[in-house]
Design a protein around this ligand. Sequence first.
Ligand code: ATP
Ligand code: MG
Ligand code: MG
Ligand code: MG
Length: 432
Amino acid sequence: MERIRIIDSKDHVGEIVQIGGWIANKRSSGKIAFLQLRDGSAFFQGVVVKTEVPEEVFNTAKGLSQETSVIVTGEIREDSRSKFGYEIGIQNIEVVGESNDYPITPKEHGTDFLMDNRHLWLRSSRQHAIMQIRNEIIRATYEFYNSRGFTKIDPPILTSSAPEGTTELFSTDYFGQDAYLSQTGQLYAEAAAMAFGKVFSFGPTFRAEKSKTRRHLTEFWMIEPEMAFVKHEESLQVQEQYVAFLVQSVLDNCDYALDVLGRDKELLKIYTELPFPRISYDDAIKLLNENDFDDITWGDDFGSPHETFIANHFSKPVFITNYPKGIKPFYMPSPEDRDDVVICADLIAPEGYGEIIGGSERAIGYDNMKQRLEENNLSLDEYGWYLDLNKYGPVPHSGFGLGLERAVTWISGIEHIREASPFPRMLHRIYP
Ligand code: ATP
Ligand code: MG
Ligand code: MG
Ligand code: MG
């Protein structure tokens, strides 16, 4: 007999099959038992009718506790009442592993309790849906870049220095020398772009974020494309095409998950319409000041309420361009006609989801870069290799970083980034 996955049940209507899974929930009366089965691909209903099965099978069904693992045998049939469209008429149940006093019951639980039980919370239909969306975004990322001639490179995670200041760094001992967990792979991606033209890195990054927000993890995954012979304008186009592609891929392939989460799909469709609007930093400050935000002036970085206001003003992801030099890293160049801003953009998601992407053109030229390193107290012992890129055939290049969990949080429409990672790491949270 064939063992199938729930997700494939539509291809087996009328057949007797086996499904291995867990009991997510159970309702039973004297005559009938409804088992909600979960097998990792989806959730659906199994029905055991007392008069149609041997007595011991019905008794087993009635006695099943939440999260008992089972192999059920039965016939797949269409069922318009089930959310999934199909159910299994169970004829036999083999208990594989018992489960006693499962802590996460159908009632409401507090966040701390659920986080302490994250290893079990992952079994819920909501968490399953979010992880399916995360998986789709990962898959679509590879498809997008591989089909456009990018080579994936993996920058190191243990590094000897940090380009963007040490306040958010996790440090560790590396055979008696200080080492840091990488907070971005960008400089290495730039080196690789000079070798392979178009590259992307996709790996874990670490930041000792000391404030509690709904958007910051201390360990998150970042996608960092870097493109040689590409100026900022072209990079913005890649960014918006990529983000629209992610949203479209989730719409195409995660319909069930979006329904489980109650995500507004019409809204998501709007996010696939290109181009995304753009506003300069200067105009964004004006817009905020005209709308009673008097807590921000030119030169300040935006806080979450500012980003939320700007993106909601456009009701779409919006690029904020040309930030002041003082609030951006050393490697961002200024345009020819102004030296107080840099050629960069952040992509801000609507609905209060904040910065999804940070990107820029990269400064080039040996003397220029040497001066930038010196001005930022970055030693040539540490950055000699990076300066070398400007010694041997430098070319204009641009790149950006997209936070995977930020994208998952936004596209899934969930409140908090902690649910976008299978085992999130945050301030005061490193268990389980
Ligand atoms: P923010 O302003 O939200 O703190 P950032 O400007 O510090 O972000 P970048 O250094 O530009 O972040 O990193 C690129 C992308 O990585 C961001 O646009 C965001 O999507 C993601 N990101 C940054 N910090 C975090 C974090 N602590 N947790 C999850 N994602 C993050
Ligand atoms: Mg930050
Ligand atoms: Mg930022
Ligand atoms: Mg940024």
